[in-house]
Design a protein around this ligand. Structure first.
Ligand code: OAD
Length: 250
């Protein structure tokens, strides 16, 4: 009997989960965290992505987030984001779990998604805890304030903080109940996201990794595809993808 292809497995699956990390946005020109040019090579997370750093110097922290917002505002989803959005449209029970805060999955059309580490495009009032969408680029002043007069912070998860309980519960439930899990562009080093593929595998999911290079997950995955997500995913998903080459310039 022939081993089913990834596409066959997806077609036969009841539930599909996709887990993504910074690598999925790399081809859009968004820096990753740990690569040779990664953000954590040039910046200390302790100075920019912790509650203590924000308490010490909210302006400095906001300057860094403002820089990232400005950069990402000029970037567009790439074929990897599009392939994942297409996959969602073809699968009844689907969840995209992303560690990315850049919003590019939403821009590509993904709707059934959990943003485990929050979003750069939302802010949270420190006094009231209210979360609001904020797409203003540039922000009129730094640091920004809520109408109530309190400081607002980016609605992202910083080091030393717990993930939103609803988001992590949803992610665990999906990992435990999926038949296929596709893991794209993550170094699989940061918990609890890194545990999700193992949870999926332990519950019987077929785990497929797409990454430029091997990661700690590679040894456990059922299939590994080493290459650029924007090239590998459209190949893997082939006929499930919506045609996009129909438009052409006059
Ligand atoms: P990392 O920067 O740790 O890893 C990015 C991964 O993407 C690496 O394994 C690369 O090999 C791979 N990669 C790069 N370009 C790629 C491409 N074109 N196609 C496929 N793979 C590619 O990013 P994350 O795993 O997302 O958390 O990092 C996890 C978390 O650590 C982030 O969400 C962030 C960070 O600290 C917080 O800020 C809380």
């Amino acid at each position: 009997m022939r081993t089913p292809s990834f596409l066959q497995r997806v077609r036969e699956a009841r539930r599909v989960v996709v887990l993504t990390g910074a690598g999925v946005s790399a081809e859009s020109g968004v820096p990753t965290f740990r690569g040779t040019d990664g953000l954590w090579r040039h910046h200390r997370a302790e100075d920019l992505a912790t509650p203590e750093a924000f308490a010490r110097d909210p302006r400095l922290v906001w300057e860094w987030y403002e820089w990232r917002r400005r950069l990402i505002a000029t970037r567009r989803p790439n074929p990897a984001h599009e392939a994942i959005a297409d996959l969602e449209a073809r699968v009844q029970e689907f969840l995209l779990i992303t560690q990315n805060v850049d919003g590019l999955h939403r821009q590509a059309g993904s709707r059934r998604l959990v943003e485990l580490h929050g979003s750069l495009w939302r802010v949270r009032c420190l006094a009231e805890g209210t979360v609001t969408e904020n797409l203003e680029v540039p922000l009129p002043s730094l640091p920004p304030y809520c109408a109530c007069g309190a400081l607002v912070r980016p609605d992202v998860v910083w080091f030393g903080e717990a993930l939103p309980p609803g988001a992590i519960r949803q992610a665990y439930d999906a990992a435990e109940s999926c038949d296929v899990m596709l893991v794209v562009g993550t170094s699989a080093l940061v918990q609890p996201a890194a545990a999700l593929p193992m949870i999926g595998k332990a519950h019987g999911a077929y785990v497929v990794e797409v990454n430029l290079e091997p990661t700690p997950l590679s040894a456990f995955a059922d299939e590994c595809h080493h290459g650029k997500a924007g090239e590998v995913l459209p190949q893997l998903l082939g006929s499930l993808m919506r045609p996009r080459s129909l438009t052409h310039n006059p």
